[in-house]
Design a protein around this ligand. Structure first.
Ligand code: TXA
Ligand code: MG
Length: 316
C-alpha cells in the first residue's frame, strides 16, 4: 500500500514491522535499529546477504553520539557541512548497536537523510531507522514509491510516499582508517564537494576480497535487460543490428529509426539532473523487453563519476 500517512508508518515501525521510506537519494526499507526481529525482516525481504551491513538513519546531527563511540575531526567537519544530506559516515560503533545491523563489524554506517517526510517520521519515533535501499538485492534502486510497490507490495505493510527522490543516486559513503578518510562508495555527494572540505581523500570503492568486507558488490544496480556502456553510440547501434535496442543518453537523442526507446537524462547537460533521472529511466527501459540497453559513458567529474560507477556495476 502506498500512503502519505506518517503516523501510520510510525505505528507499523513501533510494532516491529518494516516500512519503505522516502529519502532524497533513494527509497529505503526501514526498521527500528533496536529490534533485531525487525532488522532480520529487512535481510529476508531484500534477499540480502548477512555480511552486507545496513545504514542507520538518524533524526538530528546530535544523535550520532548515541550510535558512534568515536568521531574523527574530519568526520565532524563533514557532518557539520553536509547533514542532513546524502553523506554516510562509517564510524566505530557503540556497544548498544546490534551486530545484526553491522554484520558483526565494529563500525556502523550513519546518515541524517534530507527528506521532510522522513525527518518528520524520525521525530515521531524514539529510535533511529536502519534502512538499505528498498530493492531486492542487486537490482535497481527505487526512486519513486511505485518502484518499491512493484518490488515488495505483498511483503511490506506500506510504502510511505514522499514523491520522487530529488538526488536519485545513493549516498556517498566515507569511512576512516587511522583517522584517514576513505571513500567506500561514490554517491550523490560529489568527491569534489568532500575534498573541498577536508582535502584529497583515498577512493576505494571496489569489491573487497574478504567476504566480511563492506558489500560494494561489483554486480549491483542491474536491470534484467543486458546493458553495455558505449563511448561511440553510432558504432554500438551498428553492432546490435536487428536487435531491440534502448538508449540511455546524457543530453541528446540519436537520429535512428531502429531504436525502440531513448531516455535522455538531462537535456541541458546537468549532471545532478541526470543522476536524479537515472534509476527511473533504467526502470522504464527494463519494462520494454529490449534485447540490449546501450548507455552512454558520462563525463567523469562531479556526479558523472557516480553515474558511471552505477552504469558499470549494472553491466557486470
Ligand atoms: O542513500 C542511501 O545510502 C540509501 C538510503 C535509503 O539511505 N541507502 C542505501 O543502503 O543505499 P544500502 O544498504 O543499499 O547500501 C549501504 C552500503 C552497503 O554497500 C554497505 O556495505 C555499506 O553501506 N556499509 C554499511 N555499513 C558499513 C560499515 N560498517 N562499513 C563499511 N560499509 C558499510
Ligand atoms: Mg542498495
Amino acid at each position: 500500500m502506498i500512503s502519505k500517512d506518517v503516523h501510520l508508518a510510525a505505528k507499523w515501525l513501533k510494532e516491529n514491522q518494516i516500512v519503505a521510506i522516502p529519502t532524497e537519494t533513494v527509497y529505503g526499507l526501514a526498521a527500528n535499529i533496536y529490534s533485531d526481529e525487525a532488522i532480520k525482516k529487512i535481510f529476508e525481504t531484500k534477499g540480502r546477504p548477512q555480511n552486507n551491513p545496513l545504514i542507520v538513519h538518524i533524526a538530528s546531527k546530535e544523535d550520532v553520539y548515541n550510535i558512534a563511540s568515536k568521531i574523527p575531526e574530519k568526520a565532524k567537519i563533514l557532518i557539520d557541512k553536509f547533514w542532513p544530506g546524502p553523506l554516510t559516515v562509517v564510524l566505530p560503533k557503540k556497544e548498544t548497536i546490534s551486530n545484526t545491523i553491522t554484520s558483526n563489524k565494529d563500525t556502523v554506517a550513519i546518515r541524517m537523510p534530507n527528506h521532510p517526510v522522513t525527518l518528520e517520521l524520525l521525530k515521531l519515533l524514539d529510535f533511529p531507522l536502519a534502512a538499505p535501499s528498498a530493492n531486492p538485492f542487486g537490482s535497481i534502486s527505487p526512486t519513486e514509491a511505485i518502484h518499491v510497490e512493484n518490488y515488495f507490495k505483498d511483503k511490506i505493510p506500506m510504502t510511505l510516499d514522499g514523491g520522487n527522490c530529488t538526488k536519485g543516486i545513493e549516498s556517498t559513503i566515507i569511512g576512516f582508517e587511522q583517522d584517514n578518510p576513505i571513500l567506500y562508495r561514490l554517491g550523490s555527494l560529489s568527491l569534489e564537494a568532500i575534498e573541498n572540505q577536508i582535502g584529497t581523500i583515498k577512493v576505494n570503492n571496489f569489491e573487497e576480497k574478504t567476504p566480511s568486507a563492506p558489500g560494494m558488490m561489483l554486480k549491483h544496480y542491474a536491470p534484467k535487460t543486458p546493458i553495455i556502456i558505449s563511448q561511440n553510440i553510432t558504432k554500438s547501434i551498428k553492432n546490435y543490428n536487428n536487435k531491440k535496442i534502448g538508449l540511455l543518453l546524457f543530453n541528446s537523442k540519436y537520429d535512428c529509426t531502429t531504436i525502440v526507446h531513448q531516455e535522455i537524462l538531462s537535456k541541458n547537460s546537468d549532471l545532478n539532473q541526470a543522476a536524479s533521472n537515472l534509476y527511473a529511466a533504467m526502470h522504464r527501459l527494463d519494462k520494454l523487453e529490449l534485447d540490449i540497453i546501450i548507455a552512454e559513458q558520462f563525463p567523469n567529474n562531479d556526479l558523472g563519476r557516480a553515474i558511471n560507477d552505477r552504469l558499470f556495476r549494472a553491466t557486470k
